[in-house]
Design a binder for this molecule. Structure first.
Ligand code: ATP
Length: 312
């Protein structure tokens, strides 16, 4: 990651990516949303969001995946900062630098993580003293995945994904993430799932996290976790990107305890039994040349944290 910016009074927040350990998707609701039941785990791939007072709004992209960062008002970090300003009556504009180490449009909720980081950074910069509930309320306004990165760890989410409850998880899990060249659009993957379900005529069950996952997490059992990984969006992601199935199967063949499309993809997440096993798997997958990039990470890790400023 590149060095932090040097604008005076800068506040920097570090925020993790997430992987969905199970993602159960309910039927399409009349309002166009789906009810979800999912378990998120925060993993050690981080973005850093730095805010400083500036004459006008600007986004400064940096880091491994700088190229994919939108620099206009659609950037979720800008939307988050503007929401805090509006809610708290602050009449200032900001320079927002995003050091991006979370793949963009990769199903790891990088944009949502940046929004969560911006909420916390603005709270510090403007010395607002917002409590966790106030931050979580604003996070839910910005998007259903924005609340989780504030707390991190391992958590179950229901509703549209914004109602969170912590989950007991022992130990540390070792992940390998296989990152694709091109992103997958989340709405396109949900639309494909709805299309496939309509075509097959299957009835859609109430979304519910299965007890096998909770037991694996409670016991810190990586092999059981590998077996319990599940994503209802995976068949839709495979339908749009058949190469992802090949990638998932290759990882499992090379020794992963389990492999799964992360969220709406296209990142494929593999759980392994140790740090060394994660290294071995990365080497095998790199040699097979099936993806753009491979990243190792551990989880769970804590949520968004202020790492610098404003008086540093
Ligand atoms: P999710 O898992 O939450 O559906 P994702 O991980 O697949 O999301 P993101 O990296 O969050 O994808 O990006 C999704 C889209 O959001 C991108 O195509 C991008 O245009 C937009 N976006 C807005 N703000 C950001 C940001 N700060 N970083 C990355 N993408 C952003």
């Amino acid at each position: 990651m590149t060095a932090a910016p040097t604008l005076p009074g800068t506040v920097t927040v570090r925020v993790p990516a997430k992987v969905n350990l199970q993602l159960h998707v309910g039927a399409l609701r009349p309002d166009g949303y789906h009810d979800l039941a999912t378990v998120f785990q925060a993993v050690s791939l981080h973005d850093e969001v730095s805010v400083a007072r500036w004459d006008g709004w600007q986004v400064v992209p940096a880091g491994t995946y700088a190229d994919g960062i939108p620099t206009d008002e659609d950037n979720l970090a800008v939307r988050a900062a503007k929401l805090v300003a509006e809610r708290c009556g602050v009449d200032e504009s900001l320079s927002i630098r995003i050091d991006k180490d979370i793949p963009v449009a990769g199903g790891m909720a990088g944009g949502s993580a940046d929004a969560a980081a911006a909420l916390l950074a603005c709270d510090q910069l403007w010395a607002l003293g917002l409590d966790r509930d106030e931050l979580a309320e604003m996070a839910a306004v910005l998007g259903s995945d924005v609340t989780f990165p504030l707390s991190g760890g391992t958590a179950m989410a229901t509703g549209r994904g914004e109602q969170l409850a912590p989950v007991l998880a022992r130990g540390t899990f070792h992940w390998v993430f296989a990152i694709s060249d091109e992103g997958l659009s989340t709405p396109a993957v949900y639309a494909e799932l709805d299309r496939m379900r309509e075509e097959s005529g299957e009835s859609v069950a109430e979304p519910q996290v299965r007890p096998d996952l909770m037991a694996a997490l409670r016991q810190g059992d990586a092999a059981a976790l590998g077996n319990a990984l599940h994503n209802d969006l995976e068949p839709a992601a495979f339908s749009l990107r058949p190469d992802l199935r090949e990638l998932r199967d290759a990882g499992v063949e090379f020794g992963a305890l389990g492999g799964i499309v992360s969220g709406s993809g296209p990142t494929v997440a593999f759980v392994t039994e140790s740090h060394e096993a994660a290294l071995d798997l990365s080497v095998s997958l790199a040699a097979a040349d099936l993806c753009r990039d491979l990243r190792r990470a551990k989880g769970p890790v804590h949520g968004a944290q202020v790492v610098a400023g404003p008086r540093d």
